[in-house]
Design a protein around this ligand. Structure first.
Ligand code: NCD
Length: 309
């Protein structure tokens, strides 16, 4: 398949065939990493890592992925250390970095910023999160995690719980799950429901979607529970955040009593929505999920740079 030069901007751009191929290449990278520290596929290539918003996993796993492929990295982890602090526009920043590097990974608080960057960049742009919009590379590593934890993606009931209104990982994720034989359960308080246009479109496309504010429904019916953080930074009203922040708290006993086989995922960071005691459960997959960011992002970098196809 020809991924060379492709921007990775949102979950909607992928076909089932493309998704399966990315999962295969990521599995190859994973196997390669068990034998070698560096796979040397991107010797001499440079990644521009532009993070205008806080990040731990996305940035560090992108940068690790590039290093493990034998490439190198330039960039900034805080817009305050770049010329953005002097008032430079996103377009001028991207046009400049584009002259230095072979591929750009970026995160920015504005919805649509990655698409805007891709329009002015000659090198591929990988969206590491655009505000409350999309986060396709996270969605791909989530898909890879479901496959590696459950053996396959097809046949699973996947519950997404928490801030489905503002959570970009779930906005991107559902656009991938719809290509598989998966039922979806959306668990959110009324104020944080999945945007109706997304839910309606999924249903129109034949996806079975159940909506409920009740986590116990998901605990009873799901194979995979994907918890999310209430996205504090997207709230205009701090009182509203305080009201909603404790909406769901997953405890060990709840899983043990109702669904001990449950696979528990979270893009992290978690605040209070998964108690640390849950980490002891065999199905608590979130740190393995974070680890999967490296082979999946290695696959994406190698594919868009055309060194594997
Ligand atoms: C998520 C993000 O930034 O959207 N984290 C991540 O990329 N691993 C989720 C979040 O911040 O809640």
């Amino acid at each position: 398949m020809d991924f060379k030069g492709m921007d990775i901007l949102g979950g909607r751009q992928f076909t089932r065939e493309a998704l399966d191929h990315i999962l295969d290449v990521a599995a190859d990278m994973d196997r390669g990493l068990k034998e070698e520290r560096s796979l040397k596929l991107l010797d001499g290539y440079v990644l521009g890592s532009l993070f205008f918003e806080p990040s731990t996993r996305t940035r560090l796993s992108f940068e690790t992925a590039m290093h493990r492929l034998g490439g190198s990295v330039v960039g900034f982890a805080e817009a305050g250390t770049s010329s953005v602090a002097k008032g430079e526009s996103l377009n001028d920043t991207i046009r400049t970095v584009n002259e230095y590097v072979d591929v750009i990974a970026m995160r920015h608080p504005e919805i649509g910023s990655a698409k805007q960057a891709a329009e002015v960049s000659d090198v591929p742009v990988l969206n590491g999160g655009d505000g409350a919009g999309q986060h396709p590379t996270q969605a791909l590593l989530d898909l890879y995690t479901i496959q590696s934890e459950r053996g396959r993606v097809d046949g699973n009931t996947i519950a997404l719980c928490g801030d489905l209104k503002n959570g970009r990982t779930v906005h991107a994720g559902v656009e991938l799950y719809k290509h598989y034989d998966c039922d979806l359960i959306f668990v959110a308080p009324d104020a944080l429901k999945m945007p109706p246009e997304i839910t309606e479109q999924l249903r129109e496309q034949g996806v079975e979607v159940k909506e409920t504010p009740d986590l116990s429904v998901a605990l009873a019916e799901a194979d995979v529970l994907y918890m999310t953080r209430i996205q504090k930074e997207r709230f205009d009203d701090p009182v509203e955040y305080e009201r909603l922040k404790g909406s769901y708290v997953l405890m060990k006993g709840m899983v043990e009593r109702t669904n001990p086989e449950l696979t528990i995922m979270h893009p992290l960071p978690r605040i209070n929505e998964i108690k640390s005691e849950v980490d002891e459960l065999p199905g608590a997959a979130y740190f393995r999920q974070a680890r999967n960011g490296v082979p999946v992002r290695m696959a994406l970098l190698a594919l868009v740079l055309g060194v594997v196809d």
